[in-house]
Design a protein around this ligand. Structure first.
Ligand SMILES: [Zn+2]
Ligand SMILES: [Zn+2]
Length: 485
């Protein structure tokens, strides 16, 4: 017997912000419907790529139970019974219990089962439907994993079975390395965040969607390595499809970048100094001459334990052009079982980012703001920051100081947990001959030095080296007289 259910479909206010639903479905279920099934249809417009549902109902205290599932116009898309009141389904990922895939336009149906409804009870249900909810497209956690401004530590570049990651199986065979092992290893190493950046694919997002609630101290940032014939770069914070197939007349790199940024992403150049050739096709960074480097926010200055810059090379050359590019690092891990400390092991190097909280939005904001440094030692306690001051104005690492020609600039460097190391100030990509290496004494060291402002645009950065002159920490730049981004 089919029982009619009071059901209304209202077109709620459309907004890009998450809080307001696009549709609200509601109705009453009575005791007469005990142990029956019904469907609640709703229309999905064309061009959507994610549906999120929040479902709630009354009379739970009277043991009312409503179970939930969903179907698109052509097929069943999953059921979560009574165990999830919220779920999301997209082209790439879905809450466990649900199937990712195309968000087909047309009539979808909530599938509601009534396992228990006492005779005199009426339960009112409400289903809020959101399309393309931004918060669920840029991350997998429904709230920040930690609150509070501090330096968060992570690895922004790694591969799994979803591209060319491999490791040894239980019986010693080389197999595609499962994604959970990467996440578990990163968690065991005490990282705060990781971005899994499989090549050109978005098939890993569904696994990550499942893992994030369990790893509630390790932020899993949606990432992918955009692997073109003319160089590699990472995009963070996008779960939608991104076309990477850059080719003259087909798709330009600028178009790819604008697409990624429009979808909320951040782009970072990978291993810019890698050699190009048949051993690693497209690994060298050689984009078309008209590529707008202003669309990038960062450059990977350490990849696989290898320093990817020198004073004459890529990062500084782009800074010289006036682009503001934060320093990030990536292990480029391809085997989650690589022992700690070896090149390419997870967390070597660590990228350290100042953020207001541990969320994708805040971590990406920290990179965009240039509040980053790279820790080649993968420590969990070293910090590095610096600031500059001139004529009453001041700026921190990542910010811009505007000075007049000939003014004195006082630079203050602060570093922690680097006893016995030295701080080296670089001006315009060259270690300053006017400023000798500064010794960092004590667990919490501050040193200052003074420069005289030359005309024009400049950038400062700091490298901390240990007693054996090995690089330990590499700062992002502080900009002098740069245009604001
Ligand atoms: Zn690469
Ligand atoms: Zn890679």
């Amino acid at each position: 017997m089919s029982i009619a259910v009071a059901c209304e479909q209202t077109n709620a206010q459309t907004t890009t912000a998450d809080p307001a639903p696009n549709l609200v479905l509601s109705g009453d279920v009575t005791g007469a419907q005990n142990k029956t099934y019904f469907e609640v249809p709703f229309e999905v417009p064309a061009g959507k790529h994610r549906i999120s549902v929040d479902f709630r109902y009354t009379a739970r205290e009277q043991r009312a139970v409503l179970d939930l599932g969903i179907a698109d116009p052509t097929r069943f898309r999953g059921a979560s019974g009574g165990n999830k009141s919220h779920f999301t389904i997209s082209e790439t990922d879905a809450t466990p219990s649900y199937l990712p895939g195309a968000i087909v336009p047309g009539t979808w149906r909530l599938l509601i089962s009534v396992p228990n409804m006492r005779p005199q009870v009426v339960s009112h249900y409400t289903a809020e439907i959101r399309f393309d909810a931004r918060s669920e497209e840029t991350g997998f956690a429904d709230r920040p994993l930690a609150i509070g401004k501090r330096w968060y530590r992570g690895d922004l570049h790694m591969h799994t079975a979803h591209s060319d990651g491999s490791c040894l199986s239980q019986s010693g065979r080389e197999v595609p390395c499962p994604l959970f092992l990467t996440v578990q290893t990163a968690a065991a190493r005490g990282l705060d965040f990781i971005a899994i950046t499989d090549h050109n694919t978005d098939s890993h997002f569904d696994d990550i969607r499942e893992l994030q609630p369990f790893y509630d101290r390790l932020l899993l940032i949606p990432g992918r390595e955009m692997t073109t014939f003319h160089g590699h770069f990472n995009v963070f914070g996008v779960t939608q499809f991104l076309d990477w197939r850059v080719s003259p007349g087909r798709l330009s790199l600028n178009e790819v970048l604008r697409d990624a940024l429009a979808k909320g992403g951040l782009a970072s150049v990978n291993h810019a100094q890698a050699p190009e050739g048949e051993d690693c096709m497209g690994c060298g960074w050689a984009p078309a001459a008209d590529t707008d480097m202003g669309l990038f926010s960062a450059v990977e200055v350490i990849n696989y334990g290898v320093i990817m810059f020198s004073s004459a090379t890529y990062w500084d050359s782009q800074l010289r052009e006036g682009h503001r590019l934060a320093a990030v690092g990536g292990s480029d891990n391809h085997n989650a079982t690589t022992p700690p400390g070896e090149p390419g092991s997870i967390g070597w190097p660590t990228t350290v980012i100042e953020a207001e909280e541990l969320s994708v939005a805040a971590i990406l904001h920290g990179i965009r703001s240039g509040r980053t440094f790279v820790d080649l030692t993968a420590s969990r306690d070293k910090t590095l920051d610096f600031a500059a001051e001139s004529g009453g104005a001041s700026a921190r690492m990542g910010e811009t100081l505007h000075v007049v020609d000939g003014a004195q600039i006082q630079v203050s460097i602060h570093a922690a947990a680097v006893q016995g190391s030295t701080a080296h100030l670089y001006v315009d990509g060259e270690e300053s001959s006017a400023v000798p290496a500064m010794h960092l004494e004590g667990a919490d060291a501050s040193v200052t030095t003074t420069l005289t402002a030359a005309p024009g645009r400049h950038w400062l950065r700091v490298v901390v080296r240990d007693g054996a002159e090995k690089d330990q920490l590499i700062s992002s730049p502080l900009y002098i007289n740069f245009a604001e981004k």
